[in-house]
Design a binder for this molecule. Structure first.
Ligand code: ADP
Length: 191
């Protein structure tokens, strides 16, 4: 098993890099943001519950998020490992994930932090907003999401630093070069 948390602010490149990592290492990509958007577009009960929260750029309550994530993990009993993208976003989520994995005799092996300065994020997100059409990508809501990251999600890092699991990767530069940095961190864990 190889369980990786890919950590970083909105616009850090988690989605792009996740795609490469799942391909190279045969992992399952679990993005809670993608899961919520899927529920919203399918108009499920959960989708109805979280639609406004996403539109406002706020965090979905932990209990809803944790239940959804665990349910999704349980769908892949034979996975070689997972990339958690956009989860955990709070310390409560990190603790729940640790407890859940421990119950299966597993753990988070590494936390790869994509480090991108706030100003760079805002520039990137503005570019993406113009092309993606993602409903939560409007300017004000975007600032809210960045704010949620720097006020809440960032506190997840010390939680994993205490466990000595964090590797910080410079997330500014060529996409390929950043992938190479990620591979160099992961490869020793899959030897
Ligand atoms: P980004 O990283 O670009 O902000 P995501 O796709 O990861 O976007 O998440 C989109 C939205 O989904 C978040 O703004 C939040 O409302 C909700 N969300 C995603 N993951 C979580 C989570 N782990 N806890 C709470 N809310 C979440």
């Amino acid at each position: 098993m190889l369980n990786i948390v890919l950590f970083g602010p909105p616009g850090a490149g988690k989605g792009t890099q996740s795609e490469r990592l799942i391909e190279k290492y045969g992992l399952i990509h679990l993005s809670t943001g993608d899961m919520f958007r899927m529920h919203i577009s399918n108009d499920t009960e959960l989708g109805k519950q979280v639609k406004q929260i996403l539109a406002d750029g706020m965090l979905v309550p932990d209990s809803i998020t944790i239940d959804m994530l665990e349910e999704e993990v349980s769908q892949h009993p034979n996975a070689k490992g997972f990339i958690f993208d956009g989860f955990p976003r709070t310390v409560a989520q990190a603790e729940a994930l640790d407890a859940y994995l421990a119950g299966k005799g597993q753990q988070i092996d590494m936390v790869l932090q994509l480090d991108v300065p706030e100003e760079t994020i805002k520039e990137r997100i503005e570019l993406r907003r113009q092309s993606s059409g993602r409903a939560d990508d409007d300017a004000e809501k975007l600032l809210k999401r960045i704010d949620e990251y720097f006020s809440k999600t960032i506190h997840v890092l010390p939680y994993y630093k205490d466990q000595q699991k964090v590797t910080t990767i410079n997330g500014v530069g060529e996409i390929d070069a950043i992938s190479d940095l990620l591979y160099a961190s992961i490869d020793p864990h899959v030897a």
